[in-house]
Design a protein around this ligand. Structure first.
Ligand SMILES: [Zn+2]
Length: 68
């Protein structure tokens, strides 16, 4: 089954992401900083407002946009 591309960008509080409370939108695996493939260091402000994550279970890539 083809992944829903609309799920490739999710929003979550940064604090939740840092404490592994954010779920992969495809299979619900909890993800956090260990699974970041790239941070958006090129865009202010600091710290980064989003991160690209690869789910360790299904290997799907998605972007976590920090809402706070
Ligand atoms: Zn997943």
């Amino acid at each position: 089954m083809k992944p829903d591309v609309g799920k490739r960008r999710i929003e979550a509080p940064r604090v939740d992401f840092l404490s592994y409370k954010v779920k992969c939108p495809f299979d619900g695996t909890l993800v956090g900083p260990r699974f970041v493939t790239r941070e958006h260091l090129d865009v202010p402000p600091d710290p980064p407002y989003a991160a690209t994550v690869r789910c360790p279970a299904d290997k799907e890539l998605f972007e976590v946009v920090f809402s706070a």
